[in-house]
Design a binder for this molecule. Structure first.
Ligand SMILES: [Zn+2]
Ligand SMILES: [Zn+2]
Length: 363
């Protein structure tokens, strides 16, 4: 079947999985391991077999030329047949890679990652899923308000490795900013203590380039979770290859680069603002009186970034967590124990009261 690619062990035919700890495709059944290059690329093969124009394999995401095409595209739930067990698999409109729920075979849905939909790059998983419980324990460890039974009650059973679609924007910001600021000098003259305040008009002009501003392009990923899971180390970005997806879930984007641009713009403008203001650091009481910053030369790349996702149920509520699959950084909400909040509040309050009491006593 040409709309499905799967990575199978050449030795025994069992599914291969990309292992972050070794960076190899490994067979969980017979233990064989292969480099990405060693395993034949089923997508390329297909191109060679003449089922599609040969250059289609080299094509990748280009927003300029892809925009119009996307408008006509229908995103629908699709039905595929697993090549291994023959089961019918329903795939969400955005699913690009998954495991067969019946036989665990790894499945890449070709039509969602090739041609104009082929990402420009991918950061492969680097964190071994076995190390996740420790990372999460450390994350819980320094949270004083966490209910005591939360970690024991939490079952880390269903961790999912997901390649999340991200847009990476490059752009420039040019413009000017006018500020007012002051400097203050104190001195003594004879019997007088003098304060001299100087007022400055600060005119700044300049430009700066921004590279690789990431914004996730997936509707179902909570934005705050994806924003706080950064940073990723982009020096480890490699050209996209669907074999890295073997054994993981991958989603294609459903928010396009234009939808996500305001989030990137917001970040860039805030940073530019900070850079301009930082040039007035030696002045006090700085007020911005005029601001004219313009964004231009925006370019965007489509990349897949590795994220582990899991949910903890506690007290009838779902708590969602994400772990950066490259750095191991853990982010998420934690339940707060009411009893502990009170204890913490009274503890702090008591300490403040004690300080005040000591202070009064010293007076
Ligand atoms: Zn094998
Ligand atoms: Zn199957």
């Amino acid at each position: 079947m040409d709309n499905i690619a799967e990575q199978k062990c050449p030795a025994c035919g069992a599914p291969l999985v990309f292992k972050p700890e070794s960076g190899l495709l490994e067979c969980e059944f017979c233990g064989s391991a292969f480099t990405i290059e060693h395993i034949e690329d089923s997508l390329k093969e297909e191109a060679a077999a003449g089922q599609q124009p040969a250059e289609a394999g080299n094509e990748e995401f280009d927003w300029g030329s892809f925009k119009d095409q996307l408008e006509d595209e229908q995103m629908e739930i699709a039905v595929y047949n697993c090549n291994s067990c023959g089961a019918e698999i329903m795939a969400e409109p955005t699913t690009a890679a998954m495991r067969c729920p019946y036989c665990d075979n790894n499945i890449v849905l070709n039509e969602r990652i090739k041609g104009g939909l082929k990402p420009n790059g991918v950061i492969p998983f680097k964190i071994d899923p076995k190390s996740l419980p420790d990372a999460i324990k450390r994350f819980y460890g320094n949270k004083p308000l966490l209910p005591r039974d939360f970690f024991s009650a939490n079952k880390l059973g269903n961790v999912q490795g997901v390649y999340v679609p991200f847009w990476m924007y490059n752009c420039r910001v040019d413009g000017s900013m006018e500020m007012r600021g002051t400097t203050v000098r104190h001195y003594t003259q004879g019997q007088y203590n003098c304060t001299e305040t100087s007022y400055y008009q600060l005119d700044r002009e300049g430009g700066m380039a921004f590279e690789r501003i990431p914004v996730d392009g997936s509707e179902k990923m909570p934005d705050d979770l994806m924003d706080s899971i950064e940073p990723f180390d982009y020096s480890e970005l490699v050209p996209f290859d669907h074999r890295y997806l073997a054994g993981y879930v991958a989603d294609r984007f459903d928010y396009d680069p234009d939808d996500c641009l305001p989030r990137a713009t917001n970040r860039v403008m805030n940073s530019a603002d900070e850079v301009f203001r930082s040039t007035a650091a030696e002045f006090g009481d700085v007020q911005v009186t005029h601001r004219n910053l313009n964004l231009h030369d925006t370019a965007v790349k489509y990349v897949m970034l590795p994220v582990y996702l899991f949910t903890c149920k506690y007290g009838g509520k779902d708590y969602r967590y994400a772990v950066n699959g490259q750095t191991g950084k853990v982010v998420g909400d934690l339940p707060i124990s009411k009893g502990k909040t009170l204890a913490w509040f009274f503890g702090t309050f008591a300490a403040v009261a004690a300080v005040v009491a000591t202070f009064l006593y010293l007076l």
